[in-house]
Design a protein around this ligand. Sequence first.
Ligand SMILES: Cc1ncc(COP(=O)(O)O)c(C=O)c1O
Length: 459
Amino acid sequence: MPIPAANDPQSLRQAVLDHMHVGMTNQTILAEEGGPLLMESAEGIYVTDVEGNKYIDGISGMYFRNAGHGREEIAKAIYDQLTNVSMNVYSGATPKTIQLAAKLAEITPGGLSRTFFCQGGSEANESSLKMAQAYHVRRGEKGRYKVISRRGSYHGSTYGTMWLGGHPGFPRIDYQPKPANVVTVGQPHYYHDEYGANSPEENGERAAKEIEQAILFEGPESVSAVIGEPVSQPLGGVVPPSNYWPMVREICEKYGVLLVFDEVITGFGRLGEWFGADFVRVTPDIMSFAKGITSGYFPVGGSISTQKIADAFAGGPDKVWSHMYTYSAHPGGAAAAFANLAILERESLVANARARGEQVTESLKEMKAKHPIIGDTRGVGLIQGIEFVKDRETREHFDASLGVNAMLTEELRKRGVWIRVPAYILPIAPPLTITPDETDTLLNVIDEALGAVESRLGI
Ligand SMILES: Cc1ncc(COP(=O)(O)O)c(C=O)c1O
């Protein structure tokens, strides 16, 4: 088959079916859905495909496009950087990346101060957990290798990260066995309380205590770290009660276990605070970040730790942290990050995420009163979600064979909103640039799409 022309949608659609693995789908499903979105241009919160259809991007690409689409100044910053210094040499560093590390030390909370850079979220979590384990080894605690993570979370798709947590939409049936270092516990989620709690606070307290029980059961001397997202996206923006993370922090301190925050989605403004750590008022020992640091204009991730952790790797050759990726600390990525952070600051996008988040929360409450299909609405800032259920009382989900999520995806698309709806949660996470009017438009479409799905289901 000849290489398809960029302006020939039909050949492109055939070629994608013939020649690509597109993430988390396959050619049969794509063919049924009419192919992936073939994006031709994008501006602000909108993406336009090669046939001229324009959609609101309801999940910021994949929770990364914080500064919105079409930012020429980020593209130009990358160009200017690459035409000057385009990459490191082995064990080198470029001025732009050094400056970015210093900037991150300034804007992240608490004593986080030293960064290892990589290319994305999975690598960031791999790096954070390797850093945690190596830290313990340098301090003479070689037995601390286990990682406690929480059901419902998602921390990446590499072998070392995919068994952490347990994303309902990310089955791991092909990849056995579960690594021996992974310990799994629950997380606070009052709507689906698994602890018999009578309040969100009690749910939070019991979830924190489950972590303590797991540490004691495994043996504290074998546990390296607890990893979690300050606010968890896969379950639809589950905001833990305010007692949870401070309790987990205390438990970690008590048993010498490190706390790792996965801020791949929550970092850089999405919650209406610069970081999830600011929102939950707890500073981790290590923070993983990616996505929003460049708004996806260049693949950058990283792990930033406190000085205490970093100091374990100072000294002779036996102290060196043996970890690297060829493209770590790419100056093009640093240039993209600087340009992106300048936009977030100049346009007060973190404050906008907070204000638009309040607008979304209010509107979702109204929708819940109107649509029997809505079981719960939750979230904060621009990471919110609607959980749709068959039965509000039992909180039971629709049978997967009904394809309610696909129906919702279709009804949203027909009305100009691009959100690929997973299992039973409609995520709402537009770019942080969204205006009040655009937010209303997005919410009206969601309202109408829910109504259309209810009609199709005869509700
Ligand atoms: C919270 C979280 N951590 C880690 C990852 C993995 O990041 P990446 O896909 O860049 O490897 C993701 C990706 O969606 C994520 O949402």
